[in-house]
Design a binder for this molecule. Sequence first.
Ligand code: URA
Ligand code: SF4
Length: 188
Amino acid sequence: MDLETLKKEVLSCKKCPLYETKTNYVVGEGNKNAKIMLIGEAPGYNEDQTGRPFCGAAGKVLDELLNSIEIAREEVYITNILKCRPPGNRDPKPEEVKACSPYLDRQIEIIKPKIICSLGNHATSYVFKKFGLNDKLSGISKLHGQVFEVSTLFGKIKIIPLYHPAVATYNANMLNTLKEDFKVLKEL
Ligand code: URA
Ligand code: SF4
């Protein structure tokens, strides 16, 4: 199984009703050998229009953050829990996460990242449960910037929860907090 095969599969997915309201599937993009994988929540308006993850306002913030630690967007892999946009950017429903997350699981298995950054509460909750960190799960305001080491079938990896870059589009202080947290990523 490779990323191209997986992508083809997603591009015809009808496993949940979101395929009917989306414009484009947003599978993910970046380096298939990435050491760092960034996981967001779901496509927003711009992502839905273009089929590319984090290409709108939140994406601009993400680019600025990667820039601030001199990591190119092309070096990392960026995706979301849901591959289709929930109408009006509402929160993902548990049944949608259940239907869609096997794609994310397979992306993780193929890429085998050394570091996973979960962006925001939804992604952090999914990643923590997936990697057996249930007892450590808390809100993102408490977890952001902390490093959690877990064992996987492909070795030990680090999980770093971060604020969702979208928060910095409406709260300027958050950009500084995010920049500080990205320094942790740089050090690793
Ligand atoms: N927010 C997300 O969670 N993902 C995107 O791709 C864009 C905005
Ligand atoms: Fe399939 Fe995921 Fe889109 Fe639902 S959100 S239709 S599971 S790709």
